[in-house]
Design a protein around this ligand. Structure first.
Ligand code: TXA
Ligand code: MG
Length: 321
């Protein structure tokens, strides 16, 4: 029997969600970054249903979610460095790509046939309780249709994927608002695959020099999941806007905004990157209305969380296919 309602974050609802996951159903749940579309990582049918529901290309692997390092260690090879980084940043918005262990139960479909696995320990209390309750690895991409803006509230999930999930656990608005940082530790030199909720500077302070993965395109799916056009609203997005064009809405940052826009939403009046990242996806959705000609965004500094904000904005602004 399918249950489609959005449920409050009671212990009972979480236990119900864990049961549904065990049965191979899909459950959306909150993390501190964005909402995830969860499924049993060892269940091929559940994993296939996730790709189907999102309309996600099969070459783009999923992140495996666990409640802690002890639950992650049997799945992948952690060297001393990986263990230290995990101890420092987990639970939190950091995903580690590590070599997959032989006999690892995670579906090969989930990791797109790669010999590596992306692992994440989310900090959100509902995610933590859910992952402990199910007692198995859970794969969870962001709970949006592929290529669209990630959901930061339960209502976003219901609007986009409501008919595809057995249940949506409602944990309110996500605190970070941007996806996790993805760090590849399979080689001697660490590689940043996706900027995200843990700022690059914090990782460099812990690890020394980190390589930046080169920009990706459709022709090179060996470095999956970093397609140029992604995180895209329906309207065109224009970056580094310093003046208005006819009919445009504006995402503003800082104390003053240029005049002449049809509507203005403030990512952060105080110019705080943390506040701006928490607001970014919800505000992109809010302005994505046909009455506007496009969404313009004021310049955002390329430091700390600004690096991840600008990454998402560049993809939102990239040519569509
Ligand atoms: O914050 C997050 O990470 C959220 C929440 C729900 O946890 N999840 C999320 O998942 O953003 P998704 O599927 O939207 O993004 C996963 C990213 C993709 O860029 C994918 O290519 C990359 O992780 N990835 C997954 N497995 C990988 C692997 N083995 N090697 C390299 N990249 C991998
Ligand atoms: Mg995503």
């Amino acid at each position: 029997m399918r249950e489609r309602s959005t449920t409050a974050d009671t212990a009972e609802a979480i236990a119900c969600a864990a049961n549904l996951l065990r049965l191979g159903e899909l459950v959306a749940f909150p993390t501190e970054t964005v909402y995830g579309l969860g499924g049993d990582a060892a269940n091929d049918a559940a994993v296939a249903a996730i790709f189907e529901a999102k309309g996600r290309p099969r070459f783009n692997p999923l992140i495996v979610h666990l409640p802690g390092l002890p639950e992650a260690e049997p799945l992948s090879v952690f060297d001393q460095r990986a263990r230290e980084v995990a101890a420092r940043f987990w639970p939190g918005p950091l995903t580690l790509v590590l070599p997959r262990r032989p006999g690892c139960p995670v579906s090969l479909l989930a990791s797109a046939g790669l010999d590596t696995l992306a692992l994440r320990v989310p900090a959100h209390p509902i995610a933590q309780v859910l992952l402990r309750a199910i007692g198995r690895p859970v794969v969870a991409p962001s709970a949006n249709r592929s290529g669209r803006v990630s959901p930061t509230t339960a209502a976003h999930v219901t609007a986009e994927l409501g008919d595809r999930v057995a249940m949506v656990l409602d944990g309110g608005a996500c605190e970070v608002g941007l996806e996790s940082t993805v760090l590849d530790l399979t080689d001697t030199r660490p590689v940043l695959l996706r900027p995200g909720g843990v700022p690059f500077e914090a990782l460099e302070a812990a690890l020394g020099e980190i390589e930046l993965a080169p920009p990706n395109d459709d022709a090179t799916p060996h470095s999956p999941g970093r397609l140029p056009s992604h995180y895209a609203p329906g309207l065109p997005v224009r970056l580094d806007a310093t003046s208005a064009r006819p009919g445009e809405a504006l995402l503003a940052f800082g104390t003053t905004a240029p005049e002449g826009f049809a509507e203005i939403l403030w990512l952060s009046r105080a110019g705080e990157l943390r506040e701006a990242s928490a607001n970014l996806f919800a505000m992109l959705r809010q302005l994505d209305r046909p009455e506007f000609a496009g969404i313009a965004v004021m310049p955002i500094p390329e430091t700390g969380l600004g690096r991840a904000i600008n990454d998402r904005l560049r993809r939102a602004a990239a040519p569509r296919r």
